[in-house]
Structures are given as structure tokens and as C-alpha cells.
Design a binder for this molecule. Structure first.
Ligand code: AN7
Length: 354
């Protein structure tokens, strides 16, 4: 029986006419995209608005990176490359490793030693990437990756690769189509700033295609200890509990500023303790995300406090990565499982049912 692989799964096939692809492009896909836009009753009540959560953790490798990686790897293959390379705080490496494996390419990743969540490291390793930990931070790893890709026959698949941004813009298409309109406000975390650049491009193209008649006001949130765009200067030693966005010299700095300026929004920062509060409140609503993703919720609360969320506004917060990538942060110094004797009475007492 012939297997139908021409169905419209994966962002390349679904948005073929809006991406730099042709029938000659070999499509390397894991059926990424088409993630849910989940209504949050609690956050909506809290900020007196209509709050929707774009749950990107449900992509195949558990983050939004897959949207860009399907295109970057497909184009690398089309161009005859047989090796890809990236620097990463974790998610890019997990995604690159998976899509490279899918496409039969070799993959090298440079990660900052000691600052990558264990689940992300496990993903890169299990998919067969060569994982190199450097004595240095993400920004240094990216510098080295760029230099290597300039001098040797390897394709860089960080978001400085334009196909990454092109693929990631499809998340804005999905939001526009799911809501049938543009949100009033769009709120998301910012690290290397590729994703906010991609969303702004996506919304702008969706408006040009007349899928929506407006574009949202864009708000990007960095972690306070890693907020070069907010400070207007490179941060040499960025630090935050949200390791995914522990970045001091974002590659798409200009793209982030452009999104903020053209949409009349802003790039702001949130402190780690508010990121943790956002993380915990999402978890108590049934949504397990990674810490960096919770910058969206901390950001929403900050916007509300500053009067920037009009009553009844339609707001989208992007939840960029899945919480299962980083169980250490989830367990932290919180409650542990309790040991109990294997009998009904003892269990009842613990459950306070009797
Ligand atoms: C969960 O994986 O930079 O502003 O190397 O993993 O587009 O960088 C990850 C970034 C937000 C920030 N949320 O997005 C990497 C990496 C999560 C992330 C971001 C990242 P960008």
C-alpha cells in the first residue's frame, strides 16, 4: 500500500506558498506546528482580558525551534550540505539533532558548560549529535559556531540562518487563523531574539495577505540579569535561572527593536523571582512549561500593573518550551514524594481522606 506523505502536516507543507521552498526542496519534517492556542480562564480573570496561550512545548522536540529547524535542515539538504552546526542554550541543539537525524545529516552542537537543562542535553545526545561543552557562555559558543561555518563546509542552523526565522513565522500565521483576527497584544520571551523577529514578520505577512486587518502590539521580555536590549548594551556575563534565555548579545537584536518600534510595543525585562511565580501559576493551571517560557506570564503581569493591558483586550502569550525538559527546576526545593507503608490505613491518613 502506498503511504500518503503528501498530507498537509508540518509547517512546510501547510504554508508552502508562504515559505522559500519549491518542489525541489526535500521536506524533512516531524509534523511540527499546528500547536494549540489554549484559553486561560485564570489569567483572563486576573488581568481582566482575554488571554490565550500558544503552547509551543507541544512541538515534536518540545519547543518552537522545530518550526525553524524543519526549514533550515530541508534547505541544507537541498543545497547539498551534509553537516550542520549550532550553538545553543539547549533547545536549538535538541531540535537540530532531531531534524539532522531525520534528514541523515551529521550534527555538531556547542553548548555552554553547566547551563543546559538535562532533558535538552539528553535529546541532543540520543539523536546522535556530537555535543561539545565549551568553557564559555552561549554568546561565545555562537561566535565560535559562526567562525567555523564561515571557514569550513558546515551549515549553521542558529537563527542567523534566515530559514530559521522564515519557519518560525508560521506560529503567527496559526494564531491569526485560530483567532480569526490579530491579538491586541502579543507577549513573549526574548533570548537571542530570533523568535520575536519571526513573529513580527509572520503577523506583518498575515496582514498583507489579508488574513487579519491589524497587527498586535509586540512585547518581548528578557530576564533581568540577561537584558542587553533593555539596557542598550551587551551583557558580558548574563545570568538568570531561565538558562534558555541566558544570552548577553542577541544575534537578532535589531529584529527585536524593529518589532517593538513598528508595533508600538517594547522590549522589557522581568526578574527571576517573577519568572518562577509565572512558572508555578501555569503549572497549577495544568500547563507545564520551562522557566524561560514563563517570562511571558511575568511580562503580562508587569504590563497589567503598568496599565498597558486594556480591559477586554485579546492577548496571546507564547509558551516556548515544555517543562519536561527541565525536571530539576520543577522539583527544586519544593515538596518531595512522601514514603508510606503499603497498606490502606497508612495511605488514607496521608491523603487526609479519613
Ligand atoms: C524555551 O536553544 O537560544 O529569542 O539556543 O529555548 O528566539 O532566542 C533558546 C531560546 C525562549 C528565546 N524560550 O528565543 C537556544 C536558544 C525558550 C528558548 C527562547 C529560547 P529567541
Amino acid at each position: 500500500m502506498a503511504v500518503d506523505i503528501a498530507g498537509r502536516r508540518g509547517i512546510i507543507r501547510r504554508y508552502f506558498d508562504h515559505l522559500p521552498v519549491s518542489d525541489a526542496t526535500p521536506v524533512v519534517t516531524l509534523d511540527e506546528g499546528d500547536t494549540p492556542l489554549i484559553f486561560s480562564e485564570r489569567l483572563s480573570n486576573e488581568v481582566d482580558a482575554e488571554v490565550w496561550l500558544k503552547y509551543e512545548g507541544l512541538n515534536p522536540t518540545g519547543s518552537f525551534k522545530d518550526r525553524g529547524m524543519t526549514l533550515a535542515i530541508s534547505k541544507a539538504l537541498e543545497e547539498g550540505s551534509d553537516a550542520v552546526l549550532c550553538a545553543s542554550t539547549g533547545n536549538t541543539s535538541a531540535s537540530a539533532a532531531a531534524y539532522a537525524a531525520r534528514g541523515g545529516l551529521t550534527c555538531g552542537v556547542l553548548i555552554p558548560r553547566g547551563n543546559v537543562a538535562l532533558g535538552k542535553l539528553a535529546q541532543a545526545l540520543v539523536h546522535g549529535a556530537t555535543v561539545l561543552e565549551i568553557e564559555g557562555n552561549f554568546d561565545r559558543a555562537l561566535e565560535l559556531s559562526r567562525e567555523l561555518a564561515d571557514r569550513y563546509p558546515v551549515t549553521l542552523v542558529n537563527s542567523v540562518n534566515p530559514f530559521r526565522i522564515e519557519g518560525q513565522k508560521t506560529a503567527a500565521f496559526e494564531i491569526a487563523q485560530a483567532l480569526g483576527r490579530a491579538p491586541d497584544l502579543h507577549v513573549m520571551p526574548v533570548g537571542n531574539a530570533g523568535n520575536i523577529t519571526a513573529y513580527w514578520r509572520g503577523y506583518s505577512e498575515a496582514r498583507r495577505a489579508n488574513w487579519i486587518s491589524d497587527t498586535p502590539i509586540m512585547y518581548g521580555f528578557q530576564a533581568e540579569g540577561a537584558s542587553p536590549i533593555v539596557r542598550g548594551a551587551v551583557v558580558d556575563e548574563p545570568d538568570t535561572i531561565a538558562t534558555a534565555i541566558r544570552i548577553g548579545n542577541p544575534a537578532s537584536w535589531k529584529g527585536a527593536l524593529q518589532a517593538a518600534e513598528e508595533s508600538e510595543g517594547a522590549i522589557r525585562s522581568v526578574p527571576d523571582d517573577e519568572i518562577v511565580l509565572g512558572y508555578r501559576s501555569l503549572a497549577r493551571e495544568g500547563l507545564f512549561v520551562e522557566l524561560a517560557s514563563a517570562a511571558s506570564i511575568a511580562g503580562l503581569r508587569q504590563l497589567k500593573a503598568s496599565g498597558a493591558v486594556p480591559s477586554g483586550a485579546v492577548v496571546v502569550c507564547v509558551l516556548t518550551g515544555h517543562g519536561l525538559k527541565d525536571p530539576d527546576s520543577a522539583i527544586g526545593d519544593g515538596p518531595r514524594p512522601q514514603i508510606v507503608e503499603a497498606n490502606v490505613e497508612a495511605i488514607l491518613a496521608k491523603l487526609e481522606l479519613a
